[in-house]
Design a protein around this ligand. Structure first.
Ligand code: HEM
Length: 341
């Protein structure tokens, strides 16, 4: 331990790295949208490590990402919303996420009931944040912040909570790392409206099948899926609100030299978990964003060749929607050339 290491930094050294946990998303040389859901918690072995066992993943970026989330929320309150009827769901999400974090890093966090059964009092300890507190389930005054926003200061995941009426509605959430969409714009929309801008999935029935599936989701049987795009720079917050800051990078990156290109362009993968919350009946949607530069992807031969094929073959409308149309050809060529060196 060096003089500048805090106890929290030392604790982080005990978790697998982001690279070891990277969820490479492509299972074939061609990518199309599908209702690609599978039961959660199943480990996936990769050439460099494994991912998939916990619902919430902790890596060495934990503290920097949570600091970044706090700064974004302070600057832009629209990244957080809990419509009044979602308060029980926010508490349900809070307790569920604390339990999942304690299960993911049991040597670093614990959630323990306090007092007699039915009192709803809990003790929470998190060595990664230095938190050590006791709260009462359902009592907002017993936490330092609104429960959903507070718990999003404990996990790296973004969270959307969907209320189930005749359809699912995205009525609460904390989303600070959106990939080219706006939580503030989408809050209160139905699941089908949220997906309105996405090409192909409506005609192909992907999104109505996904909706039917989610309406039947059962407690204690979480599912997951992955989604992906490319991002210029290791930039988590590419929300619509800040397009003026990151949008121009899509132009600029076309003019950099090859070495810089491989360092700047990142494969961005979201592991999305779908969880029926046990008390409120709401659906909790977790979005965990992983970023690795092409230069790292190129070091793993099966990943390099597969990502090159997928990017070269991706249909124009999908590349356009993903916002990568201007540089995906170069990304594919860059990955192919990396295999010839
Ligand atoms: C089985 C469940 C789901 C499926 C199959 C699905 C499918 C998709 C697909 C294919 C895209 C396009 C992604 C891309 O091209 O990068 C997308 C985008 C998106 N999805 Fe989902 N999704 C699911 C669940 C959810 C849930 C529960 C939410 C909750 C809010 C959500 C919110 C979004 C948003 C905000 C976008 C971006 C839309 C935009 O650009 O405006 N998805 N989804």
């Amino acid at each position: 331990m060096t003089a500048v290491d805090s106890p929290e930094d030392t604790a982080l050294a005990s978790v697998p790295t982001a690279w070891e946990q990277f969820p490479f998303p492509f299972v074939a040389d061609q990518y199309r949208y599908s209702t690609n859901v599978e039961p959660a918690r199943r480990p996936v072995a990769t050439p460099v490590g494994r991912w998939g066992t916990p619902l919430v993943a902790v890596d060495e970026h934990y503290r920097t990402e949570l600091d970044e989330r706090a700064a974004i929320l302070a600057a832009d309150p629209s990244r957080h919303a809990v419509l009044p009827h979602m308060r029980p769901a926010a508490w349900d999400a809070c307790l569920t996420l604390l339990g999942e974090l304690a299960a993911a890093v049991p040597h670093l966090a614990s959630l323990t009931p306090v007092g007699a059964r039915g009192e709803g009092r809990w003790h929470w300890r998190n060595d990664l944040t230095g938190d050590d507190l006791t709260f009462t389930y359902g009592d907002d005054a017993s936490l330092p912040d609104e429960p959903l926003r507070w718990v999003c200061g404990q996990v790296q995941e973004d969270v959307v909570l969907l209320d189930q009426r005749e359809q699912l509605y995205g009525d609460a959430g904390v989303v600070t790392f959106a990939a080219d969409w706006s939580f503030g714009f989408d809050v209160g929309m139905s699941f089908l409206e949220i997906h309105g801008p996405v090409p192909r999935i409506h005609e192909e029935g992907v999104i109505t099948r996904a909706h039917d599936f989610l309406m039947r989701l059962q407690p204690h049987a979480p599912y997951r899926r992955t989604n992906w795009t490319l991002t210029v720079g290791r930039r988590l917050d590419v929300a619509t609100e800040r397009y003026h800051e990151w949008g121009p990078d899509r132009e600029l990156v076309q003019r950099v030299d090859d070495e810089t290109f491989g360092r700047l362009v990142h494969l961005r993968v979201e592991v999305q978990h779908l969880v029926r919350l046990p008390d409120s009946g709401a659906v909790m949607f977790l979005i965990r964003t992983h970023l690795q530069p092409l230069e790292a992807i190129a070091r793993v031969e099966p990943w390099r060749s597969r990502a090159a094929e997928v990017l070269a073959e991706l249909p124009e409308d999908m590349a356009d929607y993903k916002g990568i149309i201007k540089y995906r050809d170069r990304a594919a060529a860059w990955l192919r050339a990396a295999g010839e060196q």
